[in-house]
Each structure stands twice: as structure tokens, then as C-alpha cells.
Write a protein that binds this ligand. Structure first.
Ligand code: SF4
Length: 398
């Protein structure tokens, strides 16, 4: 097993950063480009994409893992139909250790664990997977409903310098949040976990230890909570978060359509978003509220892509197939969480699945993207993915 990086490095100013190159070089994580660790995320991904253009096949920069579709709560807007009880055909713990070893070999830099269901339901996988991710020196993110944390997991997260925790929380008040999350007691549990982590970080910061993990809140916007943008920003700030991600509900079932905003409510949204953006700026918090300033960028389902320019990697309408890999609980793959489960299974071997070849899922996807041919499902793409693509493109066209 590779040596652990003993100090959290996320927030250390470059001038004070310890020289970690020796540590990285002694790890079984191959440095793809000698200088990659000196680059920003956008520069590093752009460098890997240039290597694709040069006929090489660098590994994904980010890998998203969904350990399970089972969940312990019952959110009203959830699109996971079978989330109760034991699932069949999910990757085993051994499958995950092998997958992570392969990912390290291929130079994956960030692993994002999320659901699907609630990742912490997989007690046999998620905590140990998090430990191994940090042992490999990768950046670790976890999205969670926060209701299944205990002291041991909080200790591990703090001591291993886990990088980011994304908590699902839909309102800064108990009644609204627990209604939307479909389970009483959810608000109290999550806010207690976040408070405890915030307090531990504060205490450690006073002793000069850097402040991992960063915390953020994910909130699904419905007609029950759209007036709470500013209150959510205040609440997130009080709990020590650096960001709040707001996403408008995607409705599949009648009870979900009933949570969508009517015309009069939608008309109020830009002003509420503007007010909350101003507050977030004062408090130094990041948000996705820009998407709520115009009705056209609030909804999902009608995304339009720029399909102009030459047929090369830099001008592909979506860059995800070259740097992003999603692995579902059953091992099936995709380049994003929107067109899930359509690619080959990682049980075939991660390198085999990821590298381009004629007739392979990712090979065809990349060829089609360069030819500006997208899947129908791409219409459901999210503003956050588009924004991340735009950020990388800035570096790609330098
Ligand atoms: S849904 Fe979005 S991220 Fe996924 S392949 Fe289509 S454009 Fe790319």
C-alpha cells in the first residue's frame, strides 16, 4: 500500500506548500505529465486532452462511483425507482478495490462517491474505499444525505484529510426539509453532523492544521423552498460551507410535477436569486444561483450545444468522454451521470473499457462527439456540466 500523505494540502497557499513531489513519485500513481501536479485542474485536463489529440489514451481525470442504489430515506423528487431493500448484481468490495487499483494505475486524480442510493448504506465498501482513495493520494469527494455518519466515520474523514463532503439538504428548516427528504429527523441528523465537522475543523485550524474537508450543500429547488435562497445561503455559511449548489427539480412522476413552480412563482425567482447572490458575495460563498437569473437556464431537458467549429477534440460539443468516467453500482459506465449505465462494464477491466477502439462504447462516443453527433439524452444535460466543460475549454484553446 502506498504511503499516506500526512498533511491536508487542499488549502495550503502555494508559497507555503511542502514539496510533495518526492511523496507523489514514490506512490504507485504514475505522473502522466512530469508537471501535471503543478497545473490547475483545467490545465491538467486540457493537457490530457491534447494527448488524446496526439493519439495517446490518458486515463480519466475524474471517476464517479455509485456504490449502491439502496437508500435509507425517501426523497419526494428521487428518480431512483428501486431504492428499498437489497440490490442484486452490485459490484462487490473486492471489485471496488481492483477498480481503484486500476484507476490509480491510469492516473485518476479525483474520485467522487455518490448515489444512486446513499453511499453510506454500503458499510462494506464506502468507508474503506474512502480510506484507500486518500492512501493513493487522490482527491476524494463524497455526496451523502448525511444521516448514517457516526463518530468513527467522522474521525476517519478528518484524520485522512478527505477533501470534500456534499450534503443533501433542501431547506434551512426542519419541517420543509424533512417533508422534501421524505423522512422525519433528517434535518436534525444532517445539521448535527455538519456542525460537528465544522467545530472539529475550527479546533484543528486553531492548532495550525489545514481545514479539510470542505463542505457544501446540494439543494433541489421546488415550490416548497424557492423563497429560501437567501436563508439557505446564511445557513450554509453558519455551518462552514464554501458553496451551495441549487438544482431545479426534474419531475418524472405526478407527485414530482406537483412540486414544480407555476408561472407566478417562476416570475419571482430571478429577484430572489439576485438577492441571494448579493448575500453570498458578502459572505464569500459560491452558489449556482446564476442559473436562476433567467428562466431559460433554470429547467433541464432542452439543453442546446454549440456545434460549430472543426471536428477535433477542442471543438467537441461535450468534453466529458475524454476525462470523466461514471461507474454505476452494477459496473456499467458512461461519461456523465445523465446518460448512465450505457457503456461497457468495468468488470471487463478499466483500461479495456476506457481506451478507444473501433466498436467500443467510449471509442464511438468520442468519434461521434468530434463529429458533433450527440445522444438524445444530452438534451437533459446540466448547467453545471456545461460550465465545467467551458472552464476546461478555456485552457484547451490557449
Ligand atoms: S449528457 Fe451532457 S455530459 Fe453527458 S454526454 Fe451528453 S453533453 Fe456530455
Amino acid at each position: 500500500m502506498a504511503p499516506r500523505i500526512a498533511a491536508c494540502i487542499g488549502r495550503v497557499p502555494p508559497s507555503q506548500a511542502p514539496d510533495l513531489r518526492a511523496t507523489f513519485e514514490s506512490m504507485p500513481l504514475p505522473v502522466l505529465e512530469a508537471d501535471e501536479y503543478q497545473l490547475s485542474e483545467g490545465e491538467a485536463i486540457a493537457a490530457r486532452m491534447r494527448r488524446w489529440d496526439a493519439g495517446q489514451s490518458p486515463g480519466p481525470y475524474t471517476m464517479e462511483l455509485y456504490p449502491t442504489m439502496t437508500c435509507n430515506i425517501d426523497c419526494v423528487f428521487c428518480d431512483t425507482t428501486y431504492r428499498k431493500g437489497k440490490q442484486h448484481g452490485e459490484l462487490t468490495a473486492e471489485d471496488y478495490w481492483k477498480l481503484l487499483d486500476e484507476a490509480a494505475e491510469m492516473g485518476v486524480r479525483r474520485v467522487f462517491i455518490l448515489g444512486g442510493g446513499e453511499p453510506m448504506v454500503r458499510r462494506d465498501v464506502t468507508p474503506e474505499l474512502m480510506r484507500r482513495i486518500k492512501n493513493y493520494g487522490m482527491e476524494g469527494h463524497l455526496a451523502t444525505n448525511g444521516t448514517l455518519f457516526n463518530d468513527r466515520i467522522i474521525d476517519q474523514i478528518i484524520e485522512s484529510c478527505w477533501d470534500e463532503l456534499h450534503f443533501s439538504l433542501d431547506a434551512p428548516d426542519r419541517a420543509t426539509n424533512d417533508f422534501l427528504r421524505g423522512s422525519k429527523g433528517t434535518f436534525d441528523k444532517v445539521s448535527q453532523v455538519m456542525s460537528r465537522i465544522h467545530a472539529r475543523k475550527h479546533f484543528r485550524a486553531q492548532r495550525g492544521v489545514q481545514d479539510a474537508p470542505r463542505m457544501l450543500i446540494h439543494a433541489v429547488v421546488t415550490n416548497k423552498n424557492y423563497r429560501m435562497f437567501s436563508d439557505m445561503v446564511r445557513f450554509a455559511h453558519a455551518l462552514g460551507c464554501y458553496r451551495v449548489n441549487f438544482d431545479y427539480i426534474i419531475a418524472y412522476r405526478p407527485e414530482q410535477h406537483a412540486l414544480k413552480l407555476n408561472e407566478a412563482e417562476r416570475a419571482q425567482v430571478p429577484a430572489l436569486a439576485r438577492e441571494a447572490i448579493k448575500l453570498a458575495e458578502q459572505l464569500g460563498l459560491e452558489t449556482t444561483l446564476d442559473h436562476f437569473l433567467h428562466e431559460s437556464t433554470m429547467d433541464r431537458g432542452e439543453m442546446v450545444f454549440d456545434q460549430s467549429g472543426p471536428e477535433d477534440v477542442a471543438h467537441a460539443p461535450c468534453l466529458n468522454p475524454w476525462y470523466y468516467l461514471v461507474v454505476q453500482p452494477d459496473g456499467s459506465t458512461s461519461p456523465c451521470c445523465v446518460i448512465t449505465g450505457t457503456g461497457n462494464n468495468v468488470r471487463e477491466g478499466l483500461g479495456e473499457v476506457w481506451r478507444s477502439r473501433d466498436g467500443s462504447y467510449f471509442g464511438d462516443l468520442r468519434r461521434n462527439m468530434q463529429a458533433k453527433v450527440m445522444t438524445d439524452l444530452c438534451r437533459n444535460c446540466s448547467q453545471s456540466i456545461i460550465a465545467r466543460n467551458d472552464y476546461i475549454r478555456e485552457h484547451l484553446r490557449d
